[in-house]
Structures are given as C-alpha cells and as structure tokens.
Ligand binder design. Structure first.
Ligand SMILES: [Zn+2]
Length: 313
C-alpha cells in the first residue's frame, strides 16, 4: 500500500523535468525553485484546464491522443503504469470507462473527478442510447448523469477553482501560483460565459440538432433545446425510428442547420439535413484538442456557428 492522501502528490514529484540534474533541485525556466508535479489528464478539456491552473508548476500528461475520440479510449500498459506514479489524475467519471477503471485500481487516492465538483444534469432521458457511454465496454461504470460538463463555461470555472485548491493543498510550496492561475482561468471562462449568454440571448430559434448528445450543459446554460440524433454515445447508430422522429421535429422547427462534429462521421447528419432541407455545420464538443487554437477559441467558434444556425441578432 502506498501512502494515501495528498502527501502522495509531493512524494512523486516529476522526474523528467530535471533530467540533467540527478539531485533534482534545479532552478526552473521561470526562476522558481523546486520540481514539477505530475498531473495526468484524461481528455483534452481537462488537459487544457490542468495546464492553465498548473502553469509552470506541473507537467501535464494527456491520456487521449489529439485527434482521437475519447469515449472509447483504451489505455496502453505504459499509461496504466504511469497512473501508479502520477500526482493527480483529472478525469470525469462516466466519459471514459477505461479511465474510470484504471483510476479505481491504480490511483484511487489521487483521482480528481470533475463531476463531483459541480451540479450535474441527468443523462438525457427517453433516448435510445443503450449502454450510454459504456456500450460494449464490460465493467464500465454506468453513471446516471450527463458527463459533458466542460461545455458549460460557468461549471468549468468552478472546476478550475477546485483544481487550484486541490493542487495548492498537495503542493503547498506553490499554493499561491495555483490559486492565482485558477482565479485567472475562472475569470477567462466567465468572460466566455458572458459572451455566449449575450450572443445567444436573442435568436429566432432555440433548437440545436446535434450528432451525439454532448451539448446538454450548453443548452441548459443558454436556454437552448438540444435534439440529439444518436444519444450520448457518438458511435451509436440511431435507429430508423429515431431518425424519422428527429426528421419530423426538424421539419416542424423549420431547422436551418444540422450540426456535425469533427471526429464523428457526418453521414447520418448529412442524410438528415438533406431530408429536411437544411445544411450542416460543425459544432465542436471540444472532446479533443482543436486543430487550431484551444478550448476557449473552439467555444467561440461554436458561438459563431450557433448564432448563424439559430439566426441570432
Ligand atoms: Zn461525448
């Protein structure tokens, strides 16, 4: 049994950052003393958040490769071994069954589950998403809430503050830096939240038609209605009945745009768009590193796409 609790974090300070100095007491690029804390982030938005809050005091390792869909991530043995040594694992229980399991087994005392930091929304009811995110993964953790909480900047700001507190407690020598950067990150997210609230306040329509049902938090925050084609799991093919139902609603709503995603095949959305006489546009669930930019710029692109689709003034 390893030492439990936050002490483990300081006990496993990063080894790689000071590779040239066997004693590990190097002065860092920013002039501060000491070693970096290893933080493992399960998927891109959390990786971004950990980098913002951790700054020069952490080394962030992402478990999901850029450009890959995170939900059905399989962990390599080296990644699992890395969890034994990392200081903190930032994840959201319910997104990636492989990560949920690995944290439980290999880092039970070092998990930071963002879903426990905010008020979650229930998983979308009445939809055909057998198995939810766990489809096909035996031993996955069924959760009753929607895990896509990073798509609400206000909730994500709360996670930033909590992460700053957690890192400050675990690495007290750099506590002030963590708290300052967490406050700055929360403020950046607050600015984004204000822009989105303003930009989506006066729109001709409030219905967003999406591929996978990732935008529940965004819809909740900005008073939109999400109609998801394939449920919470992006890989789940909608049934013909579901597709017919969505097409009917889309026609009633006189929808102009069916949203697709970068990492999921747009085929189903394109078929639907053609059937109802709409076009397609990208709405990024920011589950993976954007090709250009970061979480904030991807969300601002989403705002622009939403304003066009919903005819906002
Ligand atoms: Zn998702």
């Amino acid at each position: 049994m390893r030492a439990a609790g936050p002490l483990a974090l300081t006990a496993v300070l990063a080894t790689s950052a000071c590779g040239a100095d066997p004693v590990g007491s190097a002065t860092r690029a920013d002039g501060s003393q000491g070693e970096k804390t290893d933080v493992t982030a399960a998927m891109y938005p959390l990786q971004w958040l950990a980098g913002q809050v951790g700054g020069p005091d952490v080394t962030v390792t992402g478990l999901t490769k850029p450009g890959t869909e995170p939900h059905d991530l399989e962990l390599a043995l080296t990644q699992v071994a890395g969890l034994e040594k990392t200081g903190l694992v930032v994840y959201i229980k319910g997104v990636q069954p492989a990560v949920d399991e690995a944290v439980e087994e290999h880092a039970p005392d070092r998990g930071f589950d963002a879903a426990t930091m905010v008020k979650t929304l229930p998983a979308v009811a009445g939809e055909d998403h057998e198995g939810g995110h766990e489809g096909g993964h035996e031993g996955g953790h069924e959760v009753s809430y929607d895990p896509h909480l990073w798509l609400d900047p206000a909730r994500f700001a709360t996670v930033a503050i909590r992460l700053g507190e957690k890192l400050a407690a675990a690495d007290p020598a750099h506590a002030q830096g963590y708290k300052d950067r967490a406050a700055k990150t929360a403020s950046d997210l607050g600015t984004l939240d204000g822009e989105m609230a303003q930009g989506l306040s006066t729109c001709a329509s409030d219905a967003i038609f999406t591929s996978h049902t990732a935008f529940g938090y965004l819809a909740d925050r900005y008073k939109l209605r999400q109609v998801g084609i394939s449920g919470l799991d992006p890989d789940a093919e909608p049934s013909p009945a579901r597709l017919a139902e969505v097409a009917k609603v889309a026609k009633q709503e006189k929808v102009t745009t069916i949203f697709t995603e970068t990492l999921v095949s747009p085929k189903v959305a394109e078929v639907l768009a053609q059937e109802v006489g709409a076009k397609t546009a990208v709405l990024d669930p920011v589950e993976s590193q954007p090709a250009n930019g970061d979480y904030l710029s991807a969300m601002r692109q989403n705002l622009t796409a939403l304003q066009a689709a919903l005819s906002c003034s």
